[in-house]
Ligand binder design. Structure first.
Ligand code: ADP
Ligand code: ASP
Ligand code: MG
Length: 435
């Protein structure tokens, strides 16, 4: 059995759905588990619904109607008006409307998950119905009946034992004579059956969870790029496709923020030696990228840029050294607030961390450690990580930027940079020229 994952970019309209289905037709003799995300930018649109509901500004229902209308437009491009898919999609939206009719839940993250799931639920209904319509036997499966998590809303932690046990249902659902099980990425449920989500862009991770639990022979992620590239093609020209990557290289790249694959995807696959292919839904014949094995290849420089970072400079108020017990306290608080440390450096009495600039969490961290530590925040920064760096690449990345922090270890260079406005850039260049 193979597991395929199609993201929002591949399912952004009726033509996208038809294209995905044309790829699946090639596998009509096989048993596939197909994991889909919400269509296009639906999850962002649902986040606006949720924010409006929390703010009680009277706009939530209207935002939801827009999301619904977008899905109806896709369905009109695929089905006759009498098709029963309209009723099943409508039912899912009605459930979300019920949530909006109630006062917003006190726990924002809980409420978020009860609404955000609509995107995946309706996209999976539409794709499954279309596959059946054109004669590819497909069973729709609710991922929340399989993927069990703890109660950490918006970042559910998978209960592997329960999820493995439930995965038997996937096999029972699979059509015997070739055919597909189609389910949702991104969502799971708690032991009390409340919906949880696995974190933004989590559908890749869902597909890896299914692959792991079902001992899949391979997993394929279908993207709008030819495979994994050595840098984000939206930010860099002359990028190259990486034909093969080790699990280790892939996990390092995605950990540092390469958006092509969710960082949690690799481990469940590596643990069972399941190869991961990243292929293009625009060119399904292309070779893509194969991620497998632990043997290292030689790689070109691989560049990962994480925007919207902040540096938090932390120093002891009483001039005591930043010692282990301080670190323990600081890290316990960071973990508690779910602040993800991308990079760090320390001196005798200070400690600097580079973190995503999530203001409310950073403020709360500062308040919590204020008795012992003085903190200063620098915002508007980028973290650039280069694996397999060379001097030429580094020099070109530094152009037009001020480097605030740089660290090199074997194979990995990290720098936190600030873009210099054009006028200042000229001055910096003149300074540099002067030596
Ligand atoms: P999906 O909707 O399938 O989840 P995303 O838009 O989330 O797709 O992710 C695919 C995008 O990731 C690509 O279009 C590409 O612009 C971007 N990307 C960033 N870094 C890389 C990389 N190293 N290799 C390939 N694509 C990358
Ligand atoms: N739809 C979700 C998101 O946009 C999950 C995913 O696409 O992987 O974050
Ligand atoms: Mg995505």
């Amino acid at each position: 059995m193979k597991v395929f994952k199609f993201g929002g970019a591949s399912l952004k309209d009726a033509a996208g759905v038809k294209n995905v289905v044309s790829i699946l037709e090639r596998y009509r003799k096989e048993n596939l588990v197909v994991v889909v995300s919400a269509m296009g930018k639906t999850t962002n649109a649902l986040e606006a619904v949720i924010a409006a509901h929390a703010a009680q500004n009277g706009e939530a229902m209207q935002h939801l109607q827009t999301v619904k209308e977008n899905h109806y437009a896709v369905m009109r491009g695929l089905f006759d008006p009498q098709d029963e898919v309209f009723a099943s999609v409508n039912d899912t939206f009605v459930e979300a409307e019920w949530v909006l009719e109630e006062a917003p839940a006190v726990d924002y993250d809980y409420m978020y998950d009860q609404i955000i799931c609509v995107g995946e639920l309706v996209s999976s209904r539409i794709v499954a119905a279309y596959l059946n319509k054109i004669g590819l036997p497909t069973q729709w499966l609710d991922a929340r009946d399989i993927v069990k998590t703890d109660n950490t809303y918006r970042e559910g932690w998978v209960n592997w034992d329960k999820t493995k046990e439930n995965s038997r249902k996937v096999l029972e659902t699979m059509p015997a004579q070739g055919g597909f099980v189609l389910t949702q990425g991104f969502i799971g449920s708690t032991s009390e059956n409340f919906t949880t989500s696995l974190g933004r862009e989590g559908s890749d991770y869902s597909a890896a969870i299914f692959s792991h639990c079902l001992d899949a022979e391979e997993m394929v992620i279908w993207k709008d790029v030819p495979g994994v590239l050595n840098a984000d093609p939206r930010l860099f020209e002359n990028v190259v496709k990486l034909d093969r990557l080790s699990y280790k290289e892939a996990i390092e790249m995605t950990y540092y923020g390469a958006q092509v694959i969710h960082p949690k995807t690799i481990k469940p696959l590596q643990n069972k030696s399941i190869p991961l292919f990243v292929k293009s839904f625009l060119n399904p014949e292309g070779s893509g990228t194969e991620i497998s094995s632990d043997t290292e290849d030689t790689y070109p420089p691989i560049i990962v840029v994480e925007k919207n970072q902040a540096l938090v400079h932390i120093s002891t108020r009483d001039y005591s050294f930043v010692a282990e017990q301080h670190m323990a306290r600081l890290f316990a608080k960071l973990a508690d607030l779910r602040i993800f440390v991308n990079s760090m450096q320390n001196t005798a009495i200070s400690f600097t961390i580079c973190v995503p600039n999530v203001k409310d969490r950073i403020d709360s961290f500062i308040r919590n450690v204020n008795d012992e530590f003085r903190c200063k925040v620098e915002e508007g920064l980028e973290l650039i990580t280069v694996r397999h760096y060379n001097e030429e690449t580094i020099a070109s990345l530094k152009k037009g930027k001020v480097v605030l922090f740089e660290e090199r270890i074997r194979n990995t260079l990290q720098m936190v940079v600030k873009n210099v406005p054009l006028i200042e850039r000229r001055e910096v260049e003149l300074e540099r020229a002067k030596g």
